[in-house]
Every structure is written in C-alpha cells, then in structure tokens.
Design a protein around this ligand. Structure first.
Ligand code: GLV
Ligand code: MN
Ligand code: MN
Length: 417
C-alpha cells in the first residue's frame, strides 16, 4: 500500500466513529439501547440534519434526489468522472439497534474525512449515500430508495403506500424533502463507477469464526407479498361459526399452509410473516379484513422462483370462508457481487492484516440494487451473537473502525489516484 494511503488509514478515528454512533442512537432512542428511527419520520429528519452538519463542517457537497436519498460528496481530480459510492441507510426497524444501516453511512463519512484529513487527491469523486427507507418497516417494501435511484422501480409505484397510521408516503416524503432545503437537487440514475457498502453482519458467522472482516460475495434472493383476506365482521357472541366469514381464521390457515410449503430441513430457506393488520381489531367482533406480509428468501434462483410462484395458489387453497388477494411487493433475484470488487475488499483486509472470510449476505441491502448498475461489493463486521433487528444489536468500536479502514482502502483503490 502506498505511504500516503497508509497515512489516510491512520486518520480513521475510532473514537469519533463511535461517538457518532452514540449521537445518532439518541435520535429515536428506545429502551434497552434500541433505536426506532422510521423512514421519513421526524427522527429520520433529525438524523439527516445531523449528518449534513458533519458533512458541511468538512465542506463536502450535499445533494438529495426525489425520494430523499442523501448524497455527500468529496470532489476528485476529474470532476465529471462518475463517482465511487459508499453508504447505507439511517432508518431503522421499529425495535431496531444502533448499527444496522447507520454504520455504513458513518463508516463512509469516516473514510471520506480520513482521506480529506490526509490531503489525498483521488481521480474520481467519492460519495457517501444515505438511502431512503432501506428497512421498509414503516412503508413497505424495503430498499425503496436504491430501487428508485437505480431505475429498477418508479417513484410513482410507492407514493401511495401507507404506514400503519394511514400516513401516505408522498406526504411524509414531502415533509422530509422540505426539511433540507439547502441540499442540491440530484437526478435519479446518476452514474456510479462502483459501489461498496459497509454493514454489520447481522448473523453469527464472523464472530463464531473469529474474523474481523466479512468479504461479501452476494445477497440471497427475496420475495415479498401482501396477502389480504376479506370476510365479514359479525358479533362474536351471537354469530354461529358456520355462518361466519372470519378473515383472521382464514389468515391463520393460510400462514400455516405457507409454513408447510416452505418447510426446509436444511434450514436454508427463510419464511417470515412479520406484519399483520386486523380490521376492526376488536375482541368481540369477527375480523372482516386481515392484511399480512410474507417475506421469503433463498440463495438459489430456481428455488426462490418456484416458491414465489407457489405462494398465491397455496394461499387460495387454504382459505375456507373468505376471499384472498395476493400482491407481490418485492422481487429480488439472488445477486452475485462483482468479482473484481470482492477481490479488492479481500486484498485490502489482508494488507491490513485483518482476519477475514468470504460469505454471502442473508439480509438484503441497497447494494443489491447498486449491483445492477455498477461493480459492487460489501464489507461486513461482526455483531454480538449475530443479533440484529433487535434492541440488543451490538458491535465493538474496534471492529467498526477496522471495517472503516478497509472501506477507506477500498475507496482509494476504486477512486484511483
Ligand atoms: C433488511 O433489513 C432486510 O430485511 O434484509
Ligand atoms: Mn441494514
Ligand atoms: Mn435492517
């Protein structure tokens, strides 16, 4: 590694990176060290404002696109060259932790600051992006910002999505955009030379194997559906069971059938029903309507295709009394990352003498969409007991800084000198 690159790596400041995680975790803090920072909420706006203040203190450029993806930019020697991008997301799960997403944004900013502090010029600009609504916990589906930015989905597809309180995405987005009036406007689909995302692993493998760096080879396939069951509300005390159209009873039958459909002795397949809205949601009224989510994941394309296609027929066959509507909301095929970027991540980790291993991601990330438009890779760092999407999510300051150093080295390599 060149001496000036080593100088930049030495500027990665573990204490500052940790302090920023602590500061961000105050925004949307919930008991037990958790974070609830829903996409396009007041807390999301506060996180954006804080991030922009850190970027402006270093004179990095700030711009926002039409779905609120937020870009911080350090210019390169060639101002018109496509930037190398890094980043992740600042929104969290409703009972999320302090690292999922925000680590990739803060590690990106740390790398940018380190390169800046070392006074290094890169050929290409480098940008840190905070993608809007990666989690999809408030406004499903997930990875919305990167899907729209890369042109895989249209913004219009999502504007009418409602959260559990009936708030429409388009209104929450307008409030969020209005909160950062000084950010420059950014078009969708701006080209990127490469994308590299840092993230906690969200699984146990790195910790179990005693590795500090995960060299991520790709992301498993994903299908999401909304299933709506429509029946009729009735008096719980008086209506004979045989006369009912009980939407909740049928919803449960459907969920059981889907568990059967997705049974997998190898425990590779992932099937989750995590969200359910029951109407009228009263103990003594028969449910007239149930909406629930289906999240289905598998690394093999043929398997995820077959199962994805089987969801609707299985749901219809399981319903006894009610009508069923199945709406696919997300369709991501398994994605293999660019071998060149994967090799660079591994080479940088080895050069820094950090124990590393290759692994595929079980979780989804915005890198999935960026991989459609440019050479892409990811860097994982361990998280305690592999726990994530949980308040107990935890990571070590030293591991976070090690990941940021690898990220800095990879960015320098990709951006050219
Ligand atoms: C992202 O949080 C995912 O659901 O994998
Ligand atoms: Mn994440
Ligand atoms: Mn997540």
């Amino acid at each position: 590694m060149r001496e000036d690159a080593q100088h930049a790596l030495a500027q990665v400041d573990e204490a500052r990176l940790w302090r920023r995680h602590v500061e961000m975790a105050r925004i949307g803090a919930i008991p037990n060290n958790g974070v609830n920072r829903a996409a396009l909420s007041d807390e999301d706006i506060a996180a954006r404002t804080l991030l922009i203040s850190w970027a402006r203190a270093r004179n990095f450029g700030v711009s926002v696109d039409g779905i609120g993806n937020l870009f911080l930019r350090r210019e390169g020697r060639d101002a018109v060259a496509a930037p190398v991008m890094t980043g992740s997301h600042m929104d969290s799960q409703p009972r999320g932790g302090r690292f999922d997403g925000i680590y990739g944004v803060l590690a990106g900013l740390e790398a940018l600051e380190a390169i800046d502090a070392a006074g290094l010029e890169t050929q290409r600009p480098i940008e840190v992006v905070a993608w809007t609504n990666e989690e999809g916990g408030r406004f499903p589906p997930c990875t919305m910002g990167s899907a729209v930015h890369t042109g895989a989905r249209a913004l219009e597809d999502f504007l009418e999505v409602k959260d559990n309180d009936g708030i429409v995405l388009k209104d929450a987005l307008a409030r969020t955009l209005a909160a950062t009036p000084d950010a420059g406007a950014r078009a969708f689909g701006s080209p990127a030379a490469a994308y590299i995302e840092a993230h906690i692993e969200q699984g146990p493998r790195l910790e179990l194997e005693g590795k500090t760096i995960g060299v991520v080879t790709g992301i498993q396939g994903l299908r999401w559906f909304n299933i709506e069951v429509s029946g009729k509300t009735d008096h719980a005390g008086t209506t004979p069971l045989k006369l009912r159209k009980d939407a909740l009873r049928d919803a449960i039958a459907i969920i059981n059938a889907l568990h059967e459909l997705t049974r997998d002795d190898s425990d590779t397949l992932r099937f989750t029903v995590g969200r359910m809205l029951v109407t009228p949601n009263s103990p003594n009224s028969v449910a007239s309507h149930v909406l629930f989510s289906v999240d289905l994941r598998h690394p093999d394309r043929a398997t995820i295709d077959r199962l994805g296609q089987a969801v609707e027929p299985a749901a219809r066959a399981a319903a006894r009394q009610c009508s069923v509507k199945v709406t696919p909301t997300l369709h991501d095929d398994p994605r293999v990352f660019d071998p060149g970027v994967v090799d660079i991540v591994e080479a940088c980790a080895r050069e820094l003498a950090l124990p590393c291993m290759r692994l595929a991601s079980g979780a989804s990330h915005d890198a999935m969409y960026m991989a459609r438009v440019c050479p892409t890779g990811m860097i994982f760092v361990p998280c305690e007991n592999g726990v994530s999407h949980n308040e107990a999510e935890n990571a070590k300051p030293g591991d976070l800084a090690a990941g940021a150093r690898v990220l800095t080295a990879v960015l320098l390599e990709l951006a050219g000198r």
